[in-house]
Write a protein that binds this ligand. Structure first.
Ligand SMILES: C[S@@+](CC[C@H](N)C(=O)[O-])C[C@H]1O[C@@H](n2cnc3c(N)ncnc32)[C@H](O)[C@@H]1O
Length: 302
């Protein structure tokens, strides 16, 4: 069962049914999260509104971002199971005169809550975006990963291919033996994943999706097999797609009806084995020198 619910009561009753796979609340996530039972969620992965005055935002001020987080984050910690994780994906608040790293603000509030431990600050890099005129163009955002107490981290489920699989130990008792882990290496904390713009296969009607590849790593590594993944600012359900791909239950909230509907469609496709998704292991596209877009016009410098 997967569905969209307009009332908190409907959403809660869906979550309580153990057979409900996906519960989408169409409404204000604070109303939902305040009513979720304590210690009921295994993994929270989300990207909150940056308060940049976008079409789905009520505010364009950093102060509002901080004020919203002061109210919201304690509730998230309350609903998280001991051993669970919160992954908070944020970038920068950009004004005409300065930029503010939103993870600085979020971290100050998270760390003041006492129960959380910051495990990683993942730097997500990408190649495309706005071209700044008076500063360097922004080409990264971050994911803050916190645990409530100690979490189990299934590293083997997220290893990536070794760069030098044929490397051998050159001294010590293992001299001459392959030195790398045959299951692959730790992905590290800097991830180069194309952002969802233009012709990206995951692009929908949402202006600011993150790629499914980001939550997918965390769902695999951190959410137990029968666990619940929650995205309180779900947008078009990229976290839900990741949860569905890995057979986990999903709860999401979204205040814009069209995004909630797109989310349900994408999640159901994923449940049916038809997720539209760009794998993190797919090489980044490099144009061939012969491609028209790669040829330098005569008047270009360099
Ligand atoms: C940064 S976007 C998240 C996009 C999402 N990660 C994806 O890949 O589709 C934030 C989303 O939060 C939604 N939103 C904003 N305020 C909300 C609220 N109070 N309750 C629920 N959703 C809200 C916005 O409509 C927007 O779609």
């Amino acid at each position: 069962m997967s569905g969209i619910y307009k009332t908190v009561r409907g959403a809660l009753s869906s979550i309580e049914k153990r057979r409900a796979r996906d519960t989408i609340f169409y409404g204000d996530s604070l109303d939902l999260v305040r009513n979720l039972p304590a210690r009921s969620i295994d993994l929270i992965f989300s990207s909150p509104p940056y308060c940049m005055g976008k079409e789905y935002e009520r505010s364009s001020s950093v102060d509002d971002f901080a004020a919203n987080h002061r109210v919201f984050l304690p509730e998230l910690v309350r609903v998280l199971r001991p051993g669970g994780s919160i992954c908070w994906q944020v970038g920068y608040h950009i004004s005409p005169v300065q930029v503010t790293p939103l993870d600085f603000i979020a971290h100050e509030i998270f760390s003041g809550l006492g129960e959380l431990r910051l495990k990683n600050r993942i730097v997500w890099t990408f190649a495309h975006g706005l071209h700044a005129k008076k500063r360097f163009s922004g080409r990264h955002e971050v994911v803050l990963w916190y645990t409530k107490g100690e979490a189990s981290f299934d590293l083997n489920s997220i290893r990536v291919p070794q760069k030098y699989p044929g490397k051998k130990a050159y001294r010590g008792p293992n001299k001459g033996k392959y030195s790398g882990n045959p299951l692959g290496k730790n992905p590290g904390d800097v991830w180069n994943v194309p952002n969802v713009k233009g012709f990206h296969v995951e692009k929908t009607n949402h202006p600011c999706q993150f790629p499914v590849a980001l939550p997918l790593v965390f769902v695999k590594a951190l959410c137990p097999a029968k666990g619940i993944v929650f995205d309180p600012f779900m947008g078009v359900g990229s976290t839900g797609v990741a949860a569905a791909m890995e057979g986990r239950r999903f709860v999401g909230a979204e205040i814009v009806r069209e995004y909630a509907e797109t989310a349900l469609r994408r999640i159901l496709e994923a449940r049916n084995g038809r997720a539209v998704y760009r794998s993190m292991e797919q090489p980044i596209h490099e144009p061939r020198p012969t491609d028209a877009v790669a040829r330098k016009p005569a008047h270009f410098r360099g």
